[in-house]
Design a protein around this ligand. Structure first.
Ligand SMILES: [Zn+2]
Length: 397
C-alpha cells in the first residue's frame, strides 16, 4: 500500500510531542516538525499515540453481535456451555462469516489492528467456522490483520474425526494449533497434548492452549505443556490462555511455574477475569514472562458481556490485578499492545521507525487516564490508512 499520511502533534505513548509520518504502510519517521508537502495530514491535537491495539484472544466465529438477544439459561459446567453452543449454532443459524465480520469491524472502531481468533473445529460443524473467518479475513485484509487458531472446542480425543479436521484446517492455512483443558474435557492429558504438539511440530506452527483447569489440576497440565515445549524446542512459540491455575494460593508452587514459563518463553494471555482466579500480571512480567490480553468470546452463548474494546480490557486487567499507580497502568496497556503482539509473534509491531503503520490516537492526559476513560478512539490508522474516526468506521463499505 502506498498511502502517505502525516499525523501531526501527537504524544507517542503519552510523552513528548512529535509528528508521525507513514509511507508505504510503514512508519517512516517520528520527529517534531516533519514537513508536510504533498502528504495527507491528520491533526493529532496533542493526543496520545499508541501502536494498534492487539486483541490476542477472541472467538470471531460465534459472537451473537447484531443478532436477536440470546436468553442465557445455560448450566454451570464448562461442558454445559460447550454442548449448548454446538446446538445453538444450528438453532440460531450463527453465520461465522457474517458474525466474524461484525465483530472484527467493531474491534477496528475500538482501535484493534490485529486479532488472534480461536475458531471452533468439531465433527458437527466441521470447518464452517474456519471458512467463515477466512472469508472475513480476506475481505478485511486492508483494515485489520486476523490470525486463526484451530480450536477443538468440543474436545479432541473424545470426538473421533476432530484430529483429522484440525489437520485439514492447518492445510488450509490456519496459523496456530489450539487446545483445551487436556484433563477437564478430554480426560486424557497425554493424548490431547501429544496430538496438539504433534500437529504443531508437523506443520511448524505455534500452539495456544485454553487452560481453565484450576489450581493443582491446571498446574499438572501446565507441567505437561512445559515437557513438550522443551522436547520439541518450541520455546517462544507456545501460549497458555487463561491459566487460572496461576491464581491459586500456593505461592511457592506458582513461583516455580512462573520460573518455568520464563525459562521456556511461554506466553500467558489473560482477560483479567472478574470471577475467577487469575494470573498475577505484574509478577509474571517481573519474572520476564510476556503477558497479552484478549476479550475472549463477546456477546455469545457463553455470556452476555463484552464489546471488543481492548482499552476497556486493559482497565479490567488493571482492576483484577489491583493496579492503581500510573506505572502499573502502563503494564495494563502493555498487555493490550506489545504483550499481545509478542503472543502473535508480530515482527514489525510498535511505534518506531520501520514498524507497521498502525497508529491509534487516544484522548487523555496520560496513559492511565486514557485507559480508565476509554473514550471513543479519535483516530485509527491501519498501514497508513484511516479506518476509523471518533469511534466510527471510515471508508469501509
Ligand atoms: Zn477463549
Amino acid at each position: 500500500m502506498s498511502a502517505r499520511l502525516l499525523i501531526k502533534n501527537v504524544r507517542p505513548m503519552g510523552v513528548a510531542e512529535a509528528d508521525i509520518l507513514i509511507q508505504h504502510g510503514r512508519i517512516a519517521s517520528i520527529a517534531p516538525g516533519i514537513a508536510a508537502e504533498g502528504v495527507r495530514v491528520e491533526e493529532g491535537g496533542g493526543r496520545i499515540a499508541i501502536p494498534g491495539l492487539v486483541e490476542a484472544h477472541t472467538h470471531l466465529d460465534k459472537s451473537l453481535l447484531g443478532m436477536k438477544w440470546y436468553r442465557n439459561e445455560v448450566g454451570p459446567k464448562l461442558l454445559d456451555k460447550i454442548e449448548n453452543e454446538r446446538q445453538a449454532k444450528t438453532d440460531l443459524g450463527i453465520d461465522p462469516a457474517l458474525q466474524s465480520r461484525r465483530q472484527a469491524l467493531q474491534s477496528v472502531t475500538f482501535g484493534s489492528t490485529h486479532i488472534r481468533s480461536h475458531v471452533d473445529v468439531d465433527t458437527v460443524h466441521g470447518l464452517a467456522g474456519i471458512e467463515g473467518v477466512m472469508h472475513t479475513r480476506e475481505e478485511l485484509a486492508d483494515i485489520v490483520d486476523i490470525e486463526l487458531v484451530a480450536f477443538p472446542q468440543s474436545g479432541l480425543m473424545i470426538r473421533e474425526g476432530t484430529l483429522d479436521l484440525m489437520r485439514q484446517a492447518l492445510e488450509r492455512g490456519v496459523e496456530v494449533v489450539g487446545g483445551l483443558d487436556p484433563c477437564g474435557i478430554d480426560r486424557d492429558p497425554k493424548g490431547h497434548l501429544d496430538a496438539v504438539f504433534d500437529l504443531a511440530d508437523q506443520y511448524g506452527v505455534p500452539v495456544d492452549i485454553h487452560l481453565h483447569e484450576p489450581a493443582e489440576l491446571g498446574a499438572f497440565s501446565m507441567e505437561m505443556i512445559f515437557e513438550r515445549t522443551r522436547a520439541l524446542a518450541m520455546q517462544g512459540h507456545v501460549t497458555i490462555s487463561h491459566a487460572f491455575c496461576l491464581g491459586m494460593s500456593d505461592d511457592a508452587y506458582v513461583g516455580r511455574l512462573i520460573d518455568d514459563l520464563a525459562t521456556l518463553s511461554i506466553r500467558i494471555v489473560t482477560t483479567g477475569p472478574a470471577s475467577r482466579p487469575a494470573p498475577p500480571v505484574a509478577r509474571l512480567r517481573a519474572a520476564g514472562v510476556v503477558v497479552g490480553s484478549g476479550n475472549d468470546g463477546i456477546r455469545d452463548t457463553w455470556g452476555p458481556y463484552g464489546n471488543g474494546d481492548m482499552l476497556e480490557r486493559a482497565m479490567f486487567v488493571g482492576l483484577r490485578n489491583n493496579f492503581r499507580r500510573d506505572d502499573e497502568m502502563d503494564i495494563a496497556l502493555d498487555t493490550v499492545t506489545a504483550g499481545g503482539a509478542a503472543v502473535m509473534e508480530l515482527s514489525d509491531y510498535g511505534l518506531s521507525e520501520g514498524c507497521g503503520g498502525d497508529v491509534v490516537l487516544l484522548d487523555g492526559e496520560t496513559v492511565a487516564e486514557a485507559i480508565v476513560t476509554h473514550a471513543p478512539r479519535a483516530l485509527v490508522v491501519k498501514r497508513g490508512r484511516v479506518v476509523a474516526r471518533d469511534g466510527r468506521l471510515e471508508g469501509v463499505a
